[in-house]
Design a protein around this ligand. Structure first.
Ligand code: OAD
Length: 250
């Protein structure tokens, strides 16, 4: 009889080994070690006098398109100047390893950066849109990713209306196809990794709750307690760049 109490990381590694269809649900903490401030960190630099909840809203956009465009352009430029961290790379590696055995790792992210993609992951759902998906606010025409970096704020070359950031603002609906893909992945997975999210924003935070109600094991990676820690089969206290490589290594 093995009386040794396995440590949480060993228990989590056993769950990863046993899983065939993993969903990785990520939030801003996933990108923190790439130097991207988490959403609820105090804003630094020229934005310290602005409330992000106002800037990231249709009213904020209507009030001052140039300022809101500049804020997102600055965030897009910052993402371009950073690199995926060891956590992003570990998720991409795990997907390659699971694919060899016919398994899968699906990434469902709340993040608007492209660091998962630049680490080699395919992102199944960007629940809150993306910094590099600008589009015309009138005719909905998508613009190339680098238009997000254009200054001054550009107008649609087809209809002349304003091009807006491709992110989901407070009060806006989530992109339907992304939500459907995320919900389907949540329903069919046999393990969910919840990484770097405070779990306070809905409907995104509903996904781990659905996994929990379905009896799907959940591993959380977060240095702090979050609103989702209560759902975790194995809560791992620590950072994405530190713990995900340890989880992914076979
Ligand atoms: P938050 O800023 O609310 O939470 C970040 C979480 O990451 C916290 O729980 C931190 O403890 C954790 N964290 C910090 N550093 C970490 C690290 N190195 N490794 C792992 N975890 C770390 O960000 P989100 O939960 O992503 O929505 O916020 C969700 C949504 O709220 C965002 O997508 C955004 C915002 O409103 C929209 O923009 C629509």
């Amino acid at each position: 009889m093995n009386h040794s109490v396995t440590n949480p990381l060993d228990r989590a590694r056993d769950l990863v080994d046993a899983a065939d269809r993993i969903v990785v649900f990520t939030g801003a903490g996933m990108s923190a070690e790439s130097g991207i401030a988490t959403f609820r960190d105090a804003l630094t630099g020229m934005w310290e006098n602005h409330d992000p909840m106002v800037l990231a809203s249709p009213d904020g956009w209507d009030a001052d398109r140039d300022m809101v465009w500049a804020w997102y352009r600055e965030r897009a430029a910052q993402v371009r100047s950073t690199e995926p961290n060891a956590g992003h790379l570990a998720i991409a590696r795990l997907a390659d390893e699971k694919a060899v055995g016919g398994g899968s790792v699906q990434v469902v992210t709340q993040n608007v950066d492209d660091l998962h993609e630049r680490a080699g992951s395919t992102v199944d759902a960007h629940l809150h849109g993306g910094l590099f998906a600008p589009r015309c606010e009138a005719c909905d025409r998508p613009e190339p990713p680098d238009v997000a970096l254009v200054a001054p704020r550009p107008d649609c070359p087809v209809c002349g209306a304003s091009i807006r950031p491709g992110v989901v603002w407070f009060g806006e609906m989530l992109p339907a196809t992304d939500w459907q893909r995320a919900d389907e992945a949540t329903r069919t997975c046999d393990l969910m990794l919840v990484v770097g999210t405070s779990g306070v924003v809905y409907p995104a935070a509903e996904l781990p709750e659905r996994a929990y109600r379905a009896g799907t094991p959940i591993i959380e990676v977060n240095p702090d307690v979050s609103a989702l820690t209560r759902l975790a089969t194995v809560p791992l206290v620590g950072s994405a760049a530190e713990l995900l490589p340890a989880l992914a290594e076979r």
